[in-house]
Design a protein around this ligand. Structure first.
Ligand code: ADE
Length: 249
């Protein structure tokens, strides 16, 4: 009897140690390749989000399209945390380039993420900081950053990969003034609409997170033109990096 209890304890602790990785994109184009390569898919809809549970590169994953913007990102990430026993989070997708070194289709791996439209500065907080926390930025996980950087360099080449701050807000940025402000206020390399919301939830759950973004546009006046031409190439770049990451995890 004692032996059986020990065996059961060991088994349950081993099971709960198993990884399940949440892989999130905001749009269909950002998760298309992932879904096409997944095995043993079981799908479930919750709060209008379809969660695809299964295997990718032989790893347990739950892949889903969050929808665009911070509320969609936060809500769907929270459901994944509560319902799918997730212990790592990877966000994959496209972004607008802020730093001048970046070319379209280059990749930024997040070291930090910030909600650029979060503003309670009238009460003496830092721009972007959630009241109650000193820092405006959420950290990504060092180990996931390293894996993402290595994979990105393998998939795209060293000269196309950067690690830096990603700024998030409920706005599609398409003007030079905002680009300059995001760079000077936050040291942002790229701008998008979900990453820091996912990182916020991940940090509350103390769960490792990283965001990978391939540049679809320059976030300046030409953003809408670049975007339509490059969104699919950039989305595929980022998803291919995630697949390479999984093969190394
Ligand atoms: N996603 C891709 N490009 C973007 C931009 N310019 N602003 C916000 N989100 C984006």
């Amino acid at each position: 009897m004692k032996k059986l209890t020990l065996l059961l304890t060991l088994l349950t602790s081993t099971l709960s140690l198993a990884d399940r990785i949440a892989i999130i994109g905001a749009m269909d184009s950002e998760i298309k390749i992932l879904l096409s390569q997944m095995k043993n898919i079981e799908q479930e809809e919750k709060a209008s989000v379809v969660f695809y549970k299964g295997k990718l590169e032989n790893k347990d994953v739950v892949v889903f399209k969050s929808g665009i913007g911070k509320v969609n990102a936060a809500m769907s990430t929270t459901i994944a945390m509560e319902e799918y026993d997730v212990n790592k989070i990877i966000f994959t997708g496209v972004a607008g380039a802020i730093n001048n070194n970046l070319n379209i289709t280059d990749v930024v791996v997040s070291d930090y993420l910030v909600q650029h439209d979060y503003d309670t500065t009238v009460f003496g907080t830092k721009k972007g900081a959630v009241p109650g926390s000193v820092d405006a930025k959420f950290s990504a996980d060092k180990n996931l950053i390293n894996i993402a950087k290595n994979s990105a360099e393998k998939v795209l080449g060293k000269d196309k990969v950067y690690v830096g701050t990603i700024a998030t807000g409920d706005q599609f940025i398409a003007d030079k003034k905002t680009v300059q402000a995001l760079e000077s206020e936050f040291g942002a390399w790229a701008v998008e609409m979900e990453g820091a919301a996912v990182a916020h939830v991940a940090n509350l759950y103390k769960t490792p997170v990283v965001v990978i973004r391939s540049m679809s546009d320059k976030a300046d006046g030409s953003a809408h033109m670049n975007y339509n031409d490059f969104v699919n190439i950039a989305a595929d770049n980022s998803a291919k990096i995630v697949i390479n990451m999984l093969s190394q995890m």
